[in-house]
Write a protein that binds this ligand. Structure first.
Ligand code: CA
Length: 716
């Protein structure tokens, strides 16, 4: 029988039982989500988080006919990172500011919309955009975490609030961007904020009442007080000094979780240190448990079972919150129950998920902070440049990581993991002084300008952009090696979906949505969606028809801070749904060309430098490195005369607080604000100057930077 014959036979079998699956999905149905072929019931489709759909109607022989079935405008222009959930013909997704949508999965008709009305100034606590990665479902409930730290249970038929509970201490800059997970009668949610100064934890709430069942802290609190768990008593011995618990310590559980129902183990990935710099955070040394770790907990009690720390004494923002996938792999003749992760630090890890034992680790992108992972000790071996206590060091990867939150996908037939990988580098050093600014302030103790010999990151920006690249890597987790890769023009791209029809789907920062052959990486289909994609696609079926859905809306950590030249952003956020034989057209959006104006200015070099340092510390995370911006927030190079006139009251007193621009009077003086203003004007003028140049000169410069970038990439 031909491949196509096998595929259609399988489809016939699937076709016959889809229409009669009726779900008000209970816990047992979530456990068996893989056999519910038409639905997408949990974040990563199954508790194993493989993101492999068993649907095969859309396959290599007919993918030419894949077209847009419908699209839905979310009414937002910030980053969209959600994995939609699909239950019996209804698709539930989320957009910026934690809004939730329920649409008819066939027609796209909006059934209801829930806006948790997050106060916009809380967005100043979000390091990485006001994104949300989706909802969880159980029975007739949906659960969503909000940017301002609430967990909300909704009736999934009406969108009405069933209960709502505050999961954070609102005197601290916590945020929720991750999707909740439901296990038995509990809903689990973590939070973020380690760049600003918080202590990480994960909480479990009762699904019916919203009552707290358990909470697991990932790093110790005040060492003079008894810790909340024996795990924290153990962890406390790996920290030194006093600053860590005053700042918070970090280790936030801001994204990934996985669950093994047979072992009843919940796996959580923990984040970086707070502050980042280990010499300041824990000056007497120590591994600082459980930063950058995978921790296994008993799902019913939150009790610690085992941990594996990917980056002991983390100091580079190398979180281990990246997507974890559970699978059973044949390794050296033995079927192993494994957990796989490709965290920011650049290593691909295969662990025994029963015990946490390290099976293997290999770098999947070029790295310079460690030479390898010692399989006997399970620890990375740091290189000579890793410790930046005395001088500045260019280090791979940058805080963006070799892989960020964008989910991977694992195909059980090819045995390959598809990783949305990145290559990047950054300067790290240890500032001589560090002052903790309580509130919505960047507190990483990592000053990427001070003490830097040679070109500054600012001067390096045009070049750096060319050193930062994104690619999709098909990785063999047994052999620990790359099988194929697809190079992208942007570093910051979408998460992955794979299907049983030997397909891999992914969107890019340029706004191209593509399907690839899972075995070879050959591109089989592509469409231009006009807006950058960072979210992972999903697939579902209704009435025997298969659909592929993805959210388009560039933003997130890279989107806000680094205006990638080739990225498309700032257009209307959309949920896009494709099926065979459909030819719907995307509503066109007219993109306005930015117009920069020249401003008179008189600033000394000292003022400009002070302005730049302060801008990088307080403004850059939302308005972009080098004041370059893709239209997600206000582009400060195009401020109106009114904004220029009101610059001081806006920046100091928070005149525009209600739209998210908080005041900085607690950390900035009037002359600081004036220096920042001058620095912004200088950036605007330089942009204006560039716009006056002839096109041939601009392309020559780009070509030149590409060549120099290539050479530097080899040297650094
Ligand atoms: Ca971080």
């Amino acid at each position: 029988m031909t491949v196509r014959g096998v595929l259609s036979l399988r489809w016939l079998l699937i076709f016959f039982y889809i229409p009669w699956v009726s779900a008000n999905p209970d816990f047992q149905e979530l456990v068996e989500a893989d056999s519910d072929v038409g639905n997408w019931l949990t974040h990563g489709r199954t508790y194993s988080e493989t993101r492999q759909s068993p649907l095969v109607q859309i396959n290599p022989s007919n993918i030419d006919n894949l077209g847009l079935a419908w699209s839905f405008d979310t009414g937002t222009k910030r980053g969209l990172e959600a994995s939609p959930i699909v239950v019996d013909g209804v698709i539930y997704s989320t957009a910026a500011w934690s809004t939730v949508f329920a649409n008819d999965a066939v027609t796209g008709e909006l059934l209801w919309r829930f806006d948790p009305k997050v106060p916009r100034q809380w967005g100043a606590n979000a390091c990485c955009d006001v994104v949300n990665r989706g909802v969880a479902v159980l029975n007739d409930h949906l659960f969503v975490g909000t940017i301002d730290g609430r967990l909300v249970a909704l009736n999934r038929f009406s969108g009405d609030v069933v209960w709502e509970t505050l999961t954070i201490d609102k005197s601290k800059p916590y945020t929720i961007t991750g999707a909740p997970r439901v296990i038995k009668d509990l809903v689990m949610i973590g939070n973020g904020g380690a760049e600003y100064g918080v202590r990480g934890y994960i909480s479990a709430y009762h699904v019916d009442t919203g009552k707290l069942s358990w909470r697991f802290y990932t790093v110790p609190g005040d060492p003079d007080l008894p810790q909340e768990s024996s795990a924290m008593e153990m962890a406390r011995k790996t920290w030194t000094g006093d600053l860590y618990w005053q700042v918070g310590g970090g280790g936030t559980v801001w994204d990934s979780m996985a669950y093994d129902p047979d072992l009843d183990l919940l796996y959580i990935g923990t984040g970086n240190g707070s502050p980042w710099n280990r010499h300041i955070r824990s000056p007497g040394g120590g591994d600082n448990l459980f930063l950058s770790s995978i921790v296994a907990l008993k799902a019913s009690s939150g009790e610690y079972v085992w941990h594996y720390q990917t980056t002991p004494a983390e100091t580079w923002d190398y979180t281990a919150t990246q997507h974890m996938v559970l699978a059973d792999l044949l390794i050296e003749g033995e079927l192993r129950q494994v957990l796989m992760q490709a965290p920011k630090n650049g290593f691909f890890y295969v662990l025994d998920r029963r015990t946490g034992e390290l099976i293997s680790a290999q770098n999947y992108v070029p790295i310079s902070w460690a030479s390898h992972v010692d399989l006997l000790t399970g620890r990375p071996v740091e290189t000579a440049i890793a410790d930046h206590v005395n001088d500045s060091q260019w280090t791979r990867p940058a805080p963006f990581g070799g892989h960020n939150w964008q989910p991977m996908a694992f195909n059980s037939s090819t045995g390959l993991m598809y990783i949305p990988a990145m290559e990047n580098l950054s300067v790290y050093n240890t500032p001589e002084t560090f002052k903790f600014n309580k509130g919505s302030h960047w507190n990483t103790a990592q000053d990427d300008e001070a003490n830097l010999e040679g070109p500054s990151a600012e001067q390096m920006l045009p070049l750096m952009k060319r050193l930062l690249t994104g690619m999709t890597i098909a990785w063999d987790p047994v052999k620990q090696r790359e099988i194929w890769r697809v190079q992208h023009n942007t570093m910051w791209n979408g998460g992955l979906l794979t299907t049983a029809a030997n397909l891999v789907f992914q969107g890019t920062g340029e706004g191209r949505f593509s399907a690839y052959d899972a075995t070879t990486g050959r591109r089989l289909w592509e469409t231009d969606v006009g807006n950058g994609i960072i979210a992972p696609p999903i697939s579902y079926a209704v009435n025997g028809e298969q659909y592929v859905a993805v959210m388009a809306g560039w933003g997130g950590a890279v989107g806000l801070v680094l205006a990638e030249d080739d990225a498309k952003a700032g257009g209307p956020g959309r949920l896009l749904v494709y099926k065979l034989g459909s030819k719907a057209k995307l509503p066109q959006v007219l993109q306005k060309e930015p117009v920069f104006r020249r401003r008179q200015m008189a600033a000394s070099d000292l003022q400009l430098e002070n302005g730049m340092l302060l801008y990088n510390q307080h403004c850059m995370r939302c308005h972009g490195m080098g004041v370059a911006n893709k239209g997600l927030t206000s582009d400060l190079r195009m401020m109106s005369d009114d904004t220029h006139r009101l610059f001081k009251p806006i920046v100091l007193e928070g005149l525009y607080r209600s739209v998210g621009m908080i005041g900085f009077a607690d950390v900035l003086s009037e002359s600081d604000v004036s220096d920042i203003h001058q620095y912004i004007n200088a950036a605007a003028n330089s942009q204006w100057q560039q716009q006056q140049q002839p096109a041939w000169l601009i392309s020559f410069k780009q070509w030149f930077l590409d060549k120099v970038g290539l050479i530097l990439a080899l040297v650094l």
